[in-house]
Design a protein around this ligand. Structure first.
Ligand SMILES: NC(=O)c1ccc[n+]([C@@H]2O[C@H](COP(=O)([O-])OP(=O)(O)OC[C@H]3O[C@@H](n4cnc5c(N)ncnc54)[C@H](OP(=O)(O)O)[C@@H]3O)[C@@H](O)[C@H]2O)c1
Length: 270
């Protein structure tokens, strides 16, 4: 058993929820946060999990949830920035409002959380910030220009932050999954317009097909646990197929690598 506490965003489903369960089973305290807390929630059967309302776009809700969790558990050892979703589609088909909402959640949400936790971690002279970025935070996919740019932004933001936070013994860890079964797939909003329709239909079909054999969200939790307990400064934790993709990207000329990505996602629907 440990007295350590992890604070998780986006714990209502998928990776966040499974990670909350995993850490609770390992004896950690878990502050599981979500936009809507109801009295019926599977996580409530764990005595060491408490639920808090938090929207990563709402700084007031962030401060309230952090204060309450510190009050309940004494302190926080790990912040897990996990909340996020994918906006997909041809860039020209996406409205400025949709793009701003994507960045407000995936990028500014992570910055809001990080800004809010840092005084606590600096005062303790320790802490770990873990982020669910993505394979798409290192490589790109068709019709994912906006989602990819949010995850690339987090990779760059966190890689730079590592420099200034090392002096406070604050570690940064990026978890980079490939496709994972969760609510993510069904909540991807594929936006199109007539000029891109044929292309978008193919890519959407092939992209969603790639989720059929995707591993369960439970496969990510042990990697988050390893990152939370790590004593070194390893930043990146690719998971599953991400390892293969990153190796191929390193090995091959960019144009050839992109051809391989396109051959899978732009192929005709049979
Ligand atoms: N599944 C994949 O294939 C995959 C691959 C690579 C990376 N990822 C990343 O993994 C992370 C978790 O996704 P998942 O696969 O577990 O999907 P998921 O089941 O859809 O979970 C996403 C979580 O984010 C929450 N969320 C969305 N907007 C939020 C906001 N403004 N404030 C607070 N919470 C918010 C959702 O809450 P609500 O229930 O309130 O909507 C939900 O709890 C995301 O960052 C995603 O980009 C997923």
């Amino acid at each position: 058993m440990t007295n350590k506490t992890i604070f998780i965003t986006g714990a209502s489903s998928g990776i966040g929820k499974e990670t909350a369960k995993y850490f609770a089973e390992k004896g950690w305290n878990v502050a599981a946060t979500m936009r809507k807390v109801t009295e019926v929630n599977e996580l409530l059967k764990y005595p060491n999990i408490k639920l808090y309302v938090l929207d990563v776009q709402d700084e007031h809700s962030i401060n309230l949830a952090l204060e309450a969790a510190i009050q309940d558990f004494g302190s926080i050892d790990v912040l897990y920035n996990n909340a996020g979703y994918a906006l997909a589609g041809a860039f020209e088909a996406l409205s400025q409002e949709q793009i701003q909402h994507q960045f407000a959640t995936n990028v500014f949400g992570v910055m809001n959380m990080t800004r809010a936790i840092l005084p606590h971690f600096r005062a303790k002279k320790s802490g770990v910030i873990i982020n669910t970025t993505s394979t798409g935070g290192i490589i790109t996919f068709p019709l994912y220009s906006i989602y990819n740019s949010t995850k690339w932004a987090i990779e760059g933001f966190m890689e730079s932050l590592q420099f200034e936070l090392k002096q406070f013994n604050i570690k940064i860890k990026n978890i980079e999954p490939a496709t994972v079964k969760s609510n993510f797939e069904s909540s991807i909003s594929f936006v199109s317009n007539p000029d891109y329709d044929n292309y978008a239909k193919k890519v959407q079909h092939n992209m969603l097909a790639s989720y059929k054999n995707a591993p369960a969200a439970t496969t990510i939790a042990p990697v988050v646990f390893k990152a939370a307990n790590s004593n070194n400064n390893q930043l990146r934790y690719p998971v599953g197929q991400a390892k293969v993709a990153f190796f191929m990207q390193w090995l091959l000329p960019l144009n050839l690598f992109k051809k391989i990505i396109a051959s899978g996602l732009e192929k005709e629907i049979r």
